[in-house]
Design a binder for this molecule. Structure first.
Ligand SMILES: [Zn+2]
Length: 464
C-alpha cells in the first residue's frame, strides 16, 4: 500500500517517530557544561540523514558545534528552487533531577495537567521537539509527494548559553545559508492555546552600573553630607533615564524607532489580551497602560527600560547608619526595530558621564546585547505562513508584530537579508528552563503538519 499524503505518512509513523524523539531527548546536551554536546551533534546529523535530508554536516565553531543540513527539492542542489531556512538548537538547559517527577534525560510519556499526553524530558519543548517536527515533515514529504522546495536546517549548540557564535557562523557560511525566508521554531504558542506567528522580536541591551565613592564604608553621621553617596548617585542616575512622562530620556534613543504602519495597528488591535485578567493574575491594582490596545503595543512594539537589580549599603534587620562605598544596578533595555544596541550603549555612556556627581566614579559594563528585528507585515511570506499554521493546527493563528522577549532573528534578517518569522510549536506550559519540561504530543504533531504545509505554501508563493 502506498501512502499518498504527508499527513497520512505522519499518522502512520507516529509511534516510530516518537521513539526517535525519545532517543534524541535521552541524549544530554548541556551547552553550559558541555555534557553530551558532541554525542548529541553526531545524533542530530544522523537523524537529519535518516529523515530525508540529502546532506548534513557538523560545523565546528569557536564554541559548541552546529549542524547544517540540506534537503533539496529534486534531490540535488539547484539554483532555481526557493530555499527555506529553518533554525533551532540542540543544546538544553541544565536540570536538577531531584526536582523532576521523572528524570530529565529519561523521556517519559504521561498526561499533562490538561489530561492530554505529553512527553516529559529536558529539551522536549526547548527545543529538540520543535526542530524534530521539521525533520518529520521533510521525511513525510520525501516519502510521499516530494520535498517541494529546498530546505536548509541550521541547528546550533549554544543557544542556551547566549548564541555567542551564531552570527559568526551565519557570516562564515553566508552563501550556503542563503535563503528566501528564515523561520525560528522556538518558544511557546499563545497562552490562549492558539498558535501565533511573530514577525520578529525585541532586542536587548543589558548593562551593569557600578558607582564607587569613598575607599571604605563610612558612618553616615560622621561623614554624611560632605561625602558623596554612590547609592544616591545610582538612584538619581536611574531616575534621570526617564522624563516626567515616563519616556526614556536618553539622547537619540527614539530616533530609530520604526513608526507603526496602519497595518501594524490593525494587527495589534486583533491580538486578544485582557488587561483586567492580567491584573488579577499578577495581583496588581493597576498597570502602566490604560487600555488593552496600549498594553499590547507597549509590550511588543515599544522599547522599555527595566531596573533588574539594585544593590547598595545595608539591607539587614534594624539599622546601620552606613554611607556605602559602592552601589550597583543592573538594567535591561528591550529595543524595537530599528534601534541599535551599540548606539543605545553609547548614548547611555554619555548620559552617565555628563551626570555622574563629583567624587563618584561610575562605570558601565555591557553584559549582553541583541539587536531587534521586525519583518514587515506586508512581506509576501506572511500570508502563506498564516495559511500553513492554520492548516497545521486546525486553528486560527494570532499574528503579532514581535515577540516581547528577545531571540536572535536579526542574525538571519541582517546577514542573509531575508524575512525572518518566529513560529513556535511548544505548548504554552512547556516548562522550559524549569523542572518537568514537556511537549504536548498534539503540539508536536501540529508542528510537523505545519512545516509540511509551510514548505508546500512557500513553494507556490512568489517571494520576490
Ligand atoms: Zn531555552
Amino acid at each position: 500500500m502506498t501512502i499518498a499524503t504527508p499527513s497520512a505518512f505522519l499518522e502512520r509513523h507516529d509511534e516510530a517517530v516518537l521513539d526517535d524523539l525519545r532517543s534524541l531527548l535521552a541524549q544530554p546536551s548541556i551547552s553550559a557544561t558541555g555534557e553530551g554536546i558532541d554525542d548529541c551533534a553526531t545524533l542530530v546529523r544522523q537523524s537529519c540523514l535518516e529523515y530525508g535530508f540529502d546532506e548534513a554536516e557538523i560545523v565546528e565553531t569557536p564554541g559548541r558545534p552546529a549542524i547544517i543540513a540540506h534537503a533539496f527539492a529534486d534531490g540535488e542542489a539547484s539554483e532555481d528552487e526557493s530555499t527555506v531556512l529553518l533554525y533551532g538548537h540542540y543544546d538544553v538547559q541544565p536540570a536538577t533531577a531531584t526536582e523532576w517527577e521523572s528524570p530529565p534525560f529519561e523521556p517519559t510519556l504521561r498526561d499533562g495537567p490538561d489530561g492530554e499526553p505529553r512527553l516529559y524530558a529536558r529539551g522536549a519543548g526547548d527545543n529538540k521537539g520543535q526542530w524534530f517536527a521539521h525533520l518529520c515533515a521533510v521525511r513525510a514529504l520525501r516519502e510521499t509527494t516530494g520535498v517541494p522546495t529546498d530546505v536548509t536546517l541550521l541547528i546550533e549548540g549554544e543557544e542556551e548559553s547566549g548564541s555567542e557564535h551564531l552570527e559568526w557562523l551565519v557570516r562564515d557560511r553566508r552563501d550556503e545559508l542563503d535563503a528566501d525566508v528564515a523561520f525560528v521554531a522556538d518558544g511557546p504558542i499563545d497562552e490562549s492555546g492558539r498558535p501565533h506567528v511573530l514577525l520578529g522580536s525585541r532586542g536587548l541591551l543589558y548593562v551593569d552600573i557600578e558607582a564607587t565613592g569613598a575607599n571604605r564604608d563610612l558612618h553616615s553621621g560622621n561623614f554624611g553630607g560632605p561625602v558623596p553617596n554612590p547609592a544616591t548617585a545610582v538612584v538619581e542616575l536611574l531616575a534621570s533615564l526617564r522624563d516626567e512622562t515616563g519616556r526614556i530620556a536618553l539622547e537619540g534613543f527614539h530616533d530609530d524607532v520604526r513608526p507603526l504602519t496602519d497595518r501594524d495597528r490593525e494587527i495589534l488591535e486583533a491580538i486578544p489580551v485582557d488587561e483586567e485578567a492580567v491584573k488579577a493574575d499578577l495581583g496588581l491594582s493597576a498597570l502602566a497602560t490604560d487600555t488593552d490596545d496600549e498594553y499590547v503595543e507597549r509590550l511588543l512594539c515599544r522599547p522599555n527600560l527595566n531596573v533588574a537589580g539594585l544593590d547598595a549599603g545595608y539591607d539587614g534587620e534594624g539599622m546601620k547608619t552606613v554611607l556605602p562605598s559602592r552601589a550597583r544596578a543592573k538594567i535591561d533595555f528591550r529595543l524595537v526595530a530599528d534601534q541599535d544596541p551599540d548606539d543605545v550603549f553609547d548614548s547611555l555612556s554619555r548620559h552617565v558621564e555628563e551626570r555622574a556627581p563629583a567624587g563618584i566614579d561610575v562605570t558601565l559594563s555591557r553584559v549582553a546585547a541583541m539587536a531587534p528585528q521586525r519583518t514587515s507585515a506586508d512581506s509576501p511570506v506572511v500570508e502563506p505562513t498564516m495559511r500553513a499554521v492554520r492548516e497545521g493546527w486546525n486553528a486560527d493563528p494570532i499574528l503579532k508584530p514581535s515577540l516581547g522577549g528577545s531571540v536572535p532573528t536579526y542574525v538571519f534578517a541582517d546577514n542573509l537579508d531575508v524575512p525572518c518569522l518566529v513560529v513556535p510549536y511548544a505548548n504554552a506550559d512547556e516548562n522550559n528552563h524549569a523542572p518537568d519540561e514537556n511537549i504536548a504530543l498534539a503540539c508536536f504533531r501540529a508542528g510537523a503538519r505545519t512545516t509540511v504545509a509551510l514548505l508546500e505554501e512557500l513553494s507556490n508563493a512568489d517571494l520576490e
